[in-house]
Design a protein. Sequence first.
Length: 449
Amino acid sequence: MIDVVVVGAGLAGLAAAEALVRDGAEVAVLEARDRVGGRVHDAALPDGGWVELGAQWVGTEHARVLGLARELGVATVAGHHRDGWAVEQRGGGLFRGRRPFDGARGEALQAAARLLADSAEAATRDPVAAAALRDATVASWTTAHVEDPLVRGFLHQALANEASADPGEVSAALLVDVLDGYLDGDGPLADVEAFRLRGGPQQLATGLAGRLPPGTLHLGQPVRAVRLRDGAVEVVSGDPARPDVTTAGAVVLAVPLSLVVRLHLDPPLPGPVDAALQRLPMASVVKAALVWERPVWREHDRSGLVVGDGEPWCTFVDSSPATDRPGAGVLTGFAVGAQARRLSGAGPDARRAALLAGVRRALGDAVADALGEPVGYVEGDWVGEEWTRGGYGPLVLPGTDPVALATLLREPWHDGRVVLASADLDEEWPSYMEGALRQGSAVVTRLAR
C-alpha cells in the first residue's frame, strides 16, 4: 500500500504530487489522458510556434506560475492584444482604442461600473444588498440599469469571456471584477492576462511531471471508482474489463469538479459535499485557432482583439507566437455558453467554417481578403472533451456564494482520506493556472489534519 493516489495530472494534481513527494510520501498519479496538463494543452505549429488550446494567460501577481516558469527556464512574453482593441457589435459599427467606447457610450459604461462598485461595497455591509446583487443574473441587472443596447451587449460579452457563460446563467456579482479588469487604463485585463509563456504553458505540466520519481505517473488510467475499505482507499482505474486497483492511505481528486460527481464513490459523497458540487456546474467553452503564414491584420493596423456580440464566436485574440523571427499569424476564437454547446455537437468542419466567417465579420472584408485561406486549424472542444466536459471552471449561479462553497469543498472528508484539489476551488485565482498550483500545493496541509 502506498501513501497517496492523486487522480489527475493537470497542474493541480502534479503540484499536489510534487508537494507530497517532497514531504516524504509515496505517491501514484493516475491520469486518464495520454498526456499531462489537463485543461492546459498546447498545439505545436510547423514553424516552431505554438497555440494554446486551453489555459493561456499569466497575470502579474501569479507568483507560483512565474516562479515555476523561471525554475523550468520558460520565458514570458507580452500578449499582442494589449496594443489596443476593437469592439464589434452587429449594427453598431467598430470601436477601437484602449477603452471599448468613447463619448457618451464611454460615460455610460463608466456609470455602470460605478453602480456595480457601489453595489459591491454596500454588499459588504448589508446582507440584503449582498443578496440582491448575488441573486440577480447579469442579464436582469443590465436590463434594469443599462439603457444603451451596445453598452449592455459589451457587458454581456465581457462577462462571457471571463465566465464562459451566457448573461442569463450567472450571478451579476461576477460583473464587478470583470469590469474592473476590462476598464483598466493599460488595456483590457492588463494585469491578470499580462503574459503568455514562450513555447506554451503545457511546459509547466511536463516540467512538473519530469521532477516526479520514476514510476509515479501513469497515463491512460481513467479512474472509475474510489472505495474506502478497512482504513485504506482502493482506486479502480484503467480498462473496465480488466481494471487496475491501487491501494493507498488517501486519495487526492485533482479533476474538474464536474467529474467528481461522475466517479463511483463507496461510500458516496457526504451530503453537503454533493449538494455543493451540484451548485457548481461546469461552464462551457470551445476554443479554436486559425493559422496563417503571418499576422496580416497587424499590417492593416488591427490588434487582432475583437470583443463583440457576433455569433457563435464572441471573441477573437491575436495568439501569434512571439518568436525571434517572423512567424505564423494565429487568431483564436472563443465560443461560450449555449453557442459553445451547439458548436460542440456540430463537428470540426462546421466549427472551422464558422470561425472563418467570424474573422471576416470581425476584421472586415479587406483584411479577410488579404489574409486569404488559412494554412492550419486547431481546436479545443472542452465541452465535448471526455475528461473536462465544460470549460475553465464552474458557473457562479444566481443566489450562489462561491466562496462559501469552495471553502466547504476544500475540507477533506471520510476521516481525512479524500480531498479535492482544483483551480475551481481557489478563492483568489479560480480558473487560472495560478489557482491550480496554489490548490495542489495546499494538499499536504489538508491531508495532515
